[in-house]
Design a protein around this ligand. Sequence first.
Ligand SMILES: NC(=O)c1ccc[n+]([C@@H]2O[C@H](COP(=O)([O-])OP(=O)(O)OC[C@H]3O[C@@H](n4cnc5c(N)ncnc54)[C@H](OP(=O)(O)O)[C@@H]3O)[C@@H](O)[C@H]2O)c1
Length: 306
Amino acid sequence: MKKILVTGSNGLLGQKVIELLVHRKNFEVIAASYSDNRIHAQEGYSFEFLDITNEAETSYIFNKYKPEVVIHTAAFTEVARCEENKDEAWKVNVDGTVNVINGANKTAAHVIYLSTDFVFDGLNGPYREDDPLNPINHYGLTKLEGEKAVRKTARQWSILRTCLLYGVNPHMVRPNFLLWVKHSLEEGERIRVNNDQWRTPTLVDDLAFTCIQVAEKGQAGLYHVSGSEYLSVLDFAYGIAAQFGLDKEYITPVASGLLHEYGKRPMKTGFHIDKAVKDLFFHPHTLEEGIKRVGEQIKEMETLDD
Ligand SMILES: NC(=O)c1ccc[n+]([C@@H]2O[C@H](COP(=O)([O-])OP(=O)(O)OC[C@H]3O[C@@H](n4cnc5c(N)ncnc54)[C@H](OP(=O)(O)O)[C@@H]3O)[C@@H](O)[C@H]2O)c1
């Protein structure tokens, strides 16, 4: 049995990782998050409150459980809020990551750090792992600093960069792009979607599965882990509308500049994923399969609620 700690267990990725882990017999699972536990599964894991910005608290959790591997998903992830609260974002994404690394180093635990396409400036996507880094917003900057800390100080590490996650969990507090588009169109609301940003959207289930595989096999190094289809965010929105039989006329294409979002967004990111395919045997669902799968999961969750 390998002891595994998952930080940010209430998040989109964290919940998915725990839901997969509780069905595995080869892991003892510790879920840790800042707020009240939102994981749907009732058993098969322990839950701990953990504020990663609190050094003593983080150290205590590592001492208590002595995990052999940590999947570090916890982060301050909202781009606009990171711009507005720069110190707080730094505290969570950089100082918090350092606390997690220090805790992990006590037992030489393998740190699996989740990073982002926003470490790139978006001028030349899709990107490979060794392309030049140049974040253009504070979120990207803090996540890159987290990467640097991992590379420099973690005794065993993997960095998995991902891009535009989509998916669903039973208890969510923040919708992702897919859920926002679906919900808005179902309500007959008109939405404005940028037509100049390009991504490789990632089904969160695929990423969660790969995080666990890396935890199991211990592959070290830097990997791009995303969907394989490179498309505009607008086409992603159209694909969501088509899959759910919703009217795409309610989607208005606009240039990013007209959305007046706080904080710059890189235009063309997205990833080449050949390295993850070759070394991690990563085989993401197609976008059509992924969106369909989320639709099925939503239906299952609605039946649970009935
Ligand atoms: N979502 C994307 O499109 C995307 C794209 C690229 C990279 N990533 C990266 O992938 C990872 C997972 O993303 P996600 O979408 O799952 O994020 P998310 O849904 O925003 O979840 C992040 C979790 O971090 C926890 N957290 C925040 N501050 C914390 C603190 N001080 N101490 C402990 N926990 C704290 C929150 O816990 P509570 O809910 O308990 O408060 C939250 O549930 C992140 O590292 C992110 O940078 C995400």
